[in-house]
Design a protein around this ligand. Structure first.
Ligand code: FAD
Length: 479
């Protein structure tokens, strides 16, 4: 009998265990848009743009293999059994996910299929290593990155090679007609706020492979350790995050490709800084798997009593890139224009929101969720908790990023700020990250009137820091 392959966040043909499991049997590939299952973690605006294009790419790739993608909207536990019955399938193959809502969805789908006389067969995971199968010596999940990474790294010495993409697929005869991607209106119409995304991104498996090839071919891998912290460096990092989130490329494929590239050229060690970032991705998922409350609640209970000072005006200024801190504003505007922000700047912007402005980290995470093309429940919430200091392995609270010094250190020639905050472009380097301290003639020569062309900072860095420390002390007294 035929089988269904249920695509989820694994929108690729190569190294796809669920698709490979179909073997030579007739197969109906399916994608179900089940927004109710994800609830508030359904894809945000930027992610929907990505999904639109990625599904179109997947549909074309499957069509070329002989079995087109069936699109359906609704609850997966209703759609899949009815499709299975319609085509006489006895099995549905899918790859596992780590999101709590997705795991609950798997349980419901398995039960509904069993009632319909079919089986859900789950495979793989979005990770290098199954998160359920890695625990510290105590038998408990890891809470700190370093021991986690050490344990995982040694297991990965035996990481199996990726699976090849299937050859021709055998279609299911008489498969019912599905919906169309265009009909779902996932991408914005007019005004098209995502217009600039396509200058940077090419969603889909071919785009993911092209990104990886470019990263490896130009020897950016060797430069990565130094370049990865420089937001003004074009292509300092791989740009693989949205492709990894949507499963357009498997982390196993990236891992092997990077190691092979480094080994062929006698520079095996040059891969390590990059591989370490993939381990951070694993760690975030490990945390989410074992602490499903992570997206909503502080992992350190003491933070439940943190005296946040929610203020819609401050939050809005941050979202729009009008905080008066050039490095933060450049990041927030990069995010809006391109659906992505450099990692160093995510840390600085997050820190300013949470510490200098005392806004709850959940509000920052929610904005990122809506605006990042790589919005990922595990990576976003783990990193926000890390920035806020409420994570299990977070930086100590008193280590507060100074938005001016961070800007000067990591964007010393101001390339990043000048690109995304053009109204400051003519300020000399010396004042670029601290325009409110620039002498009046310098501002005039650069054509900047503070408060008109560019805002004064929402908080004085030193006062903001002192306020943050006082809030932290108040929390500790309460705990
Ligand atoms: P590269 O430097 O090329 O790294 C390669 C891969 O490693 C990335 O694609 C990513 O999958 C992984 N990686 C790198 N850094 C991290 C990290 N700190 N944590 C987890 N995985 C990492 N990443 C997301 O994928 N989705 C998110 O929603 C997300 N939200 C974040 C929120 C905050 C506040 C912060 C500080 C970081 C967040 N990150 C998130 C992590 C990181 O910023 C991005 O993964 C990275 O910028 C992606 O760019 P790249 O692919 O060029 O990274």
């Amino acid at each position: 009998p035929p089988v269904l392959v249920w695509f989820r966040q694994d929108l690729r043909l190569a190294d796809n265990p669920a698709l490979a499991a179909a073997g030579d049997r007739p197969v109906l590939p399916v994608y179900v848009l089940d927004e109710a299952a994800a609830g508030r973690w359904a894809p945000g605006g930027a992610a929907r743009w990505w999904l639109h294009h990625s599904l179109a790419a997947l549909a074309a790739a499957l069509q070329a293999k002989g079995a087109g993608l069936h699109l359906a909207r609704g609850r997966a536990e209703a759609v899949l059994p009815s499709l299975a019955r319609a085509v006489g399938a006895d099995e549905v193959h899918a790859n596992r996910l780590c999101e709590p809502w997705a795991r609950a969805q798997e349980r419901r789908v398995a039960a509904a299929l069993a009632e319909a006389g079919a089986r859900l067969r789950l495979h793989g995971s979005p990770l290098l290593h199954d998160p359920a199968d890695l625990r510290a010596g105590s038998g408990r999940p890891y809470e700190a990155f370093t021991p986690f990474a050490r344990a995982l790294r040694s297991r990965l010495e035996h990481l199996a090679p990726p699976l090849p993409a299937p050859g021709r697929l055998v279609p299911v005869p008489g498969a019912p007609e599905g919906e169309t991607v265009a009909g779902w209106r996932l991408a914005p119409g007019a005004p098209d706020w995502a217009a600039e995304f396509a200058t940077l991104w090419r969603p889909g498996e071919a785009g993911a492979e092209a990104r990886l090839a470019r990263f490896l071919a130009a020897d950016r891998l060797r430069a990565y350790a130094a370049a990865r912290d420089r937001p003004g460096e074009a292509d300092g990092t791989s740009g693989l995050s949205p492709h990894l989130h949507w499963g357009e490329i498997s982390p196993r494929r990236v891992w092997h490709a990077v190691r092979d590239a480094a080994a062929s050229g006698d520079r095996a060690g040059s891969a390590e800084p990059f591989l370490r970032e993939l381990l951070w991705r694993e760690f975030c998922h490990h945390l989410l798997w074992h602490r499903p409350e992570m997206p909503e609640r502080a992992l350190r209970p003491a933070f439940d009593g943190f005296p946040w000072a929610p203020d819609a005006r401050l939050l809005r200024a941050w979202q729009r890139g009008r905080t008066g801190f050039p490095i933060v504003d450049a990041g927030m505007r990069q995010l809006w224009r391109l659906g992505w922000m450099h990692n160093r700047v995510r840390m600085i912007a997050g820190s300013v929101l949470v510490k200098h402005l005392l806004q709850p980290w959940q509000d920052g995470a929610a904005w990122f969720w809506d605006t990042l093309v790589d919005a990922d429940l595990a990576s976003n919430s783990a990193n926000w908790q890390w920035v806020a200091g409420s994570g299990t392995d977070a930086a100590p609270w008193f280590r507060i990023f100074h938005p001016v010094l961070q800007g000067e250190r990591f964007d010393p020639e101001g390339r990043y700020v000048r690109r995304f905050v053009p109204e400051l472009a003519r300020l000399p380097d010396r004042w670029l990250h601290r325009p409110w301290q620039a002498p009046e003639p310098v501002l005039r020569a650069a054509g900047v009137v503070l408060g008109r062309d560019y805002p004064r900072p929402l908080a004085d860095p030193a006062e903001g820091r002192a306020r943050a420390l006082a809030a932290f002390a108040a929390m500790r007294r309460r705990a």
